[in-house]
Design a protein around this ligand. Sequence first.
Ligand code: NAP
Length: 329
Amino acid sequence: MEIRKFGSQGLKTSQLGLGCMGMSEFYGPGDDAESIKVIHRAIERGVTFLDTSDAYGPFTNEVLVGKAIKGKRDQVLLATKFGIVRDLTDPNLRSISGTPAYVASACEASLKRLDVEVIDLYYLHRVDPATPIETTVAAMGDLVKAGKVKTLGLSEVTPATLRKAHNVHPITAVQNEYSLWSREPEDGVLATCQELGIAFVPYSPLGRGFLTGNIKKFDDLAADDWRRLAPRFMGDNFQKNLNLVTKLEAFAAKKNCTISQLALAWVVAQGDNLFPIPGTKRMKYLEENIDALNVTFSKEELKELDTIAPKNVAVGNRYMEGAMKFINA
Ligand SMILES: NC(=O)c1ccc[n+]([C@@H]2O[C@H](COP(=O)([O-])OP(=O)(O)OC[C@H]3O[C@@H](n4cnc5c(N)ncnc54)[C@H](OP(=O)(O)O)[C@@H]3O)[C@@H](O)[C@H]2O)c1
């Protein structure tokens, strides 16, 4: 696995990361023991970039990742996030906070749950509309000065927010959704990251599992699966979006790869500054996803994929209504 320069603050990591969110919540039941084995196998295959958040579980995903990296801490670039405030009494309740007091307390809590002395990359998960980004990032910068985190990241930000933040403290990485059915970063964030020497971390590169061809009907989703509430998976939208999957499956068959590998390889092909973090809790998918690095495209093939999956090809928003106002902030 190729190790690359990650941002401009001295970090390096593998070109592919591992998203750990689904091991604890959102995409059907998980098995912690198996998830830990998946993380170990990822490290064995050279995947050194692990992604979690205090919001996943909530809270339990950080504990799981912390357990998995015991004795392996120095082998990984550990990234976590704060800012989406979960309520243990109701899994559906969320608020956003980026106040300096919350920044400090969230970091302490994550360090404890992860059981580490320092977080390599600490992201603001969502921008707090009630706190100026400069105030939040200055507080995050204090964590760097205190040695609690090494570098800073932002998630779901616009180029304008990114520039304001970067003026207060160097930003190492931006994590926004990017895949064959979510191409919004092409509207400016990718170019801004490139210009400022900031790593771009595409999240949900497999379209939250839709671009794997494994979800062909709504009832393929478990009763408590978060995607049942996501507009792209609901009602007519689901059927319409399957047209894209059918076309991608045909393309993958020509390339002798799986549709998951095609989707992931497309994200990888978008540049050396991109570090996608496909998520899985299964060994079989992990191996398949890492092997996607063997899939490359000619210019003609990339053009053909642009025709199959142009911007706005997906029917339906990425998030339900309440959450939409916190993305691209
Ligand atoms: N910053 C943010 O706001 C944000 C939002 C969402 C996610 N993320 C991060 O990004 C990571 C990745 O995103 P994601 O997990 O939402 O979506 P994803 O990587 O696009 O897709 C994950 C889904 O695809 C399935 N899958 C993975 N590989 C597969 C394969 N080869 N064949 C068939 N199915 C496969 C997984 O199944 P199993 O679960 O059964 O393994 C899971 O249901 C997350 O883990 C999280 O760390 C960040």
